[in-house]
Design a protein around this ligand. Structure first.
Ligand SMILES: Cc1cc2nc3c(=O)[nH]c(=O)nc-3n(C[C@H](O)[C@H](O)[C@H](O)COP(=O)(O)O)c2cc1C
Length: 400
């Protein structure tokens, strides 16, 4: 399966943002990016800029000597043709099957998936002709990335703004991998990520340092392996991939309810969230005033989500848990695996600068039910995510 990414730029004001999209894809490891510029696209961002960034001369002219028939060879086969931004004009041409320039001709010839990111003035976007053309394209199997609503270059407010580069890159990456077809195609994964926040009074909470970075890495790795991923997101600063369904929660109880509700459909459940072990016994209705006395908070234990899942689903679903420990990580991970009836426990060293909460790397051990342990002295959370997916995939192969 061809993995070539072709980015086409048509003549919209958001064309300058496409350079950011290309950079974002390159940052994610996609080095081989080809580009197409419409004549009007070239008025907004020059072929020189685009060529310098990709290291390849953009395609602009169907009749360019030495490149005749490249409107076909470029997109047969291809991993994805992404039109970023897509003008009202190019949407109309695609919908009507008009092939009067390089991009519209390549679109008709394209055998891979196509993504369009419509971006224009709100009235142009809402015009019945544009609405009709977008509906036609969806009908034709084209992926449409809806524009954001916001302040537009033309000085008005409303839908029409091209989403940020990271979101556009997320969609391109996702569609590309779906097209390639991953080993976890058809599998449903539920991931709980981030921390929780337990209210003391209307102002204060008890929380933890979880950023959600590990959950984000796992969501990306599972989705790019073809799985259908849903995330229950707690506290933390991470931005999760736009192609994963997300539900936001705050407290341990909310996390428990959200996870249990969604667990029935899942084939694989990953509890990567740092769920509070204790919560205030009573929540004060009014803000606690400061005084000179010391304050004593009575805490009660929260429900154990991983254990509840283990009891309910042992042998029926793949269950992955995490253990954050300051010492004896492997030993505690093995204990936890047995106690919670999990299939895999990821033990993480916390309390050191290069592993644990809020950092990009982890010192981790993967403990599996069959007794296998894999130790990673220092590994990026992204890479660890791929190793975890690999283990889960092998477990599924054994079950099959
Ligand atoms: C300053 C300026 C900004 C424009 N911005 C947009 C835009 O954001 N979206 C759009 O659909 N058309 C926009 N247009 C109109 C298109 O450039 C015009 O429809 C053109 O024919 C599109 O050509 P293409 O689709 O072949 O690239 C803009 C035009 C100008 C002069």
């Amino acid at each position: 399966m061809d993995q070539r990414i072709v980015i086409a730029i048509s003549g919209g004001i958001a064309a300058y943002k496409t350079v950011g999209v290309i950079r974002e894809l390159q940052k994610r490891g996609y080095g081989e990016i080809e580009t197409i510029l419409t004549d009007n696209g070239s008025r907004f961002v020059t072929p020189v800029t685009v060529g310098a960034i990709t290291g390849k001369v953009p395609y602009t002219d169907t009749f360019e000597s030495g490149r005749a028939l490249s409107h076909i060879s470029l997109v047969q086969p291809c991993g994805i043709l992404a039109v970023v931004p897509a003008t009202a004009n190019i949407l109309a041409k695609f919908a009507g099957g008009i092939a009067d320039d390089f991009l519209s001709t390549a679109y008709l010839a394209c055998t891979g998936p196509v993504l369009v990111a419509p971006s224009m003035n709100t009235e142009m976007y809402r015009h019945p002709a544009t609405v009709r053309n977008i509906a036609q394209l969806k009908d034709d199997g084209v992926h449409v990335l809806d524009p954001d609503a916001g302040y537009l270059a033309c000085g008005t407010e409303g839908p029409g703004r091209m989403p940020d580069a990271e979101i556009v890159a997320d969609m391109i990456e996702f569609i590309l991998h779906r097209h390639i077809g991953g080993p976890l195609s058809g599998r449903k994964v539920l991931i709980a990520s981030g921390g929780t926040s337990e209210p003391i009074d209307p102002v204060r909470t008890i929380t933890n340092r979880s950023s959600g970075r590990m959950g984000k890495a796992l969501a990306t790795a599972f989705a790019l392996a073809g799985a259908d991923v849903e995330i229950v997101v707690g506290t933390g600063s991470s931005r999760y991939p736009a192609y994963c369904r997300q539900t936001t929660v705050e407290t341990a109880l909310e996390m428990m309810n959200a996870v249990m509700e969604r667990s029935t459909d899942a084939d694989i459940i990953v509890m990567a969230a740092a769920v509070a072990d204790y919560t205030p016994e009573t929540v004060l209705q009014e803000k606690k005033k400061k005084n000179e006395d010391s304050l004593c908070l009575k805490l009660k234990p929260t429900a154990d989500i991983l254990k509840t899942l283990g009891t309910r689903y042992e042998g029926k679903k793949i269950l992955v848990g995490f253990a954050a420990e300051t010492a004896n990580v492997t030993e505690y991970a093995k204990q936890k695996l047995a106690e919670k009836k999990a299939d895999l426990i990821v033990g993480n060293l916390v309390g050191v600068p290069d592993s644990g909460f809020g950092v990009e790397t982890s010192r981790a051990v993967l403990v599996q039910k069959d007794g296998t342990t894999d130790t990673y002295e220092k590994i990026s959370k992204e890479k660890l995510g791929y190793h975890i997916v690999d283990k889960v995939q092998k477990m599924l192969e054994i079950i099959r």
